[in-house]
Design a protein around this ligand. Structure first.
Ligand code: ZN
Length: 161
């Protein structure tokens, strides 16, 4: 069986940044499961998966635009410090939930001044090239339920109803 649309794919992945530092990995843990063709993983990686056989291992460099997107200056908002004063001490690097233009979003505090807090809603890997090492651990047909929901069920999948 090969990777194609509507198949459930289980992968082992290691994501590194340009400097070679590991950003994220699931090696030694459960596989990451998704349905190919649903845009559940970054575009560049989903594209690179097509046609690959079970057990295949490969490394791929993905440009930021096909990864988590380019860094967008407009996604940095400056708010008065008084707005977050009920959260206690706010320091750079903290992640907060905030009301954004499209609903709740996770933002990173990038800067705190005497009067302002800068909140960045870019993905932490936005604007960065991604270096993935992938091993295809499982390929199977998706069930009707899974196709209807757009995500994998069962071990390694998630279910939220
Ligand atoms: Zn479901």
């Amino acid at each position: 069986m090969k990777v194609e649309d509507r198949k459930v794919i289980g992968i082992e992945y290691t994501l590194k940044d340009k400097s070679g530092e590991v950003v994220d990995t699931n090696v030694g843990d459960e596989s990451l499961f998704f349905i190919q063709g649903t845009g559940s993983i970054v575009l560049g990686l989903e594209r690179a998966m097509y046609g690959r056989p079970l057990g295949d291992s490969f490394e791929i460099e993905i440009k930021a635009a096909d990864g988590y997107g380019e860094f967008d200056e407009k996604k940095i908002r400056k708010i008065p410090k008084s707005v977050v004063k009920n959260l206690g001490e706010v320091t750079p690097g903290m992640m907060l939930q905030a009301q954004g233009p499209d609903g709740m979003e996770v933002v990173t505090v990038t800067k705190v001044t005497e009067t302002e807090v800068h909140l960045d809603s870019n993905h932490p890997m936005a604007g960065k090239d991604l270096f993935f090492a992938i091993r295809i651990a499982e390929i199977r047909d998706a069930t009707e339920d899974e196709l209807a929901h757009g995500h994998a069920h069962g071990p390694g999948g998630h279910h939220h109803h």
